[in-house]
Design a binder for this molecule. Structure first.
Ligand code: SAM
Length: 200
């Protein structure tokens, strides 16, 4: 990852969503992106030019655009029409983004467009976040990484966030090795990042 001092940046053409630039690099703000928060807190998986990413919950492509600055290809799945319009605009300016309008609960719908990926990144505020990740695991290469941004309040607002996190972790451990778990405070409240690797 590229840092200028303690500022995370990415090496692409600027002006995607009004982000600041610094010394010709795009500033990747941890308050606007959970993935940037994870890196800023010292976690995450290094993004390199040969990596392929399946990104679930692409929204308007803010974080997707930074990931695309680092990796070979980003398959970006989003099911809501409005953010999809913005994502298409971002994809017009980044040749390595494949926008896919689909429900991440139904990976069979985009399986024909997919190849195996090194990173499965998920940021969908849904009650069944762990189940969605599990359904998409067949796309992840052995040894590849899942980065799941867990929004605990979307799973169950009545339970303690730590309890929701423990449940999600236990579910993922049935299929994967959990390598890192951390809360994204102070950047994103009630959000935790769970990083796992797929057994080889
Ligand atoms: C918190 S936002 C993602 C923000 C984005 N990852 C970023 O950092 O710029 C969650 C997005 O997931 C999308 N989403 C939620 N459930 C989904 C599903 N089942 N399939 C595809 N997209 C979904 C929502 O429409 C929303 O745009």
């Amino acid at each position: 990852m590229k840092w200028l001092g303690n500022v995370l940046v990415s090496p692409g053409e600027g002006g995607v969503y009004g982000e600041r630039t610094l010394d010709g690099y795009r500033v990747w703000d941890p308050y606007r992106s959970k993935l940037a928060a994870l890196y800023t807190l010292g976690g995450g998986v290094e993004l390199t030019p040969e990596i392929r990413v399946l990104y679930l919950g692409a929204a308007n492509g803010t974080t997707v655009s930074h990931v695309a600055d680092y990796v070979e290809t980003v398959y970006a799945v989003e099911f809501a029409p409005r953010p999809m319009q913005d994502l298409l605009e971002v994809a017009r300016r980044r040749r390595n983004i494949v926008p896919i309008m689909a429900d991440a609960n139904r990976p069979e719908e985009y399986a024909p467009f997919m190849e195996a990926v090194d990173i499965l990144y998920q940021d969908v505020a849904q009650p069944n976040q762990v189940e969605i990740a599990e359904r998409n695991l067949p796309f992840l290469k052995p040894g590849g990484h899942l980065i799941l941004m867990l929004k605990t309040r979307s799973v169950d607002v009545r339970r303690e966030p730590a309890e929701v996190l423990a449940g999600a972790r236990a579910g993922l451990e049935e299929h994967l090795d959990v390598t890192d778990v951390r809360w994204l405070d102070p950047y994103h409240h009630d959000h935790a990042a769970i990083v796992c690797s797929r057994r080889g």
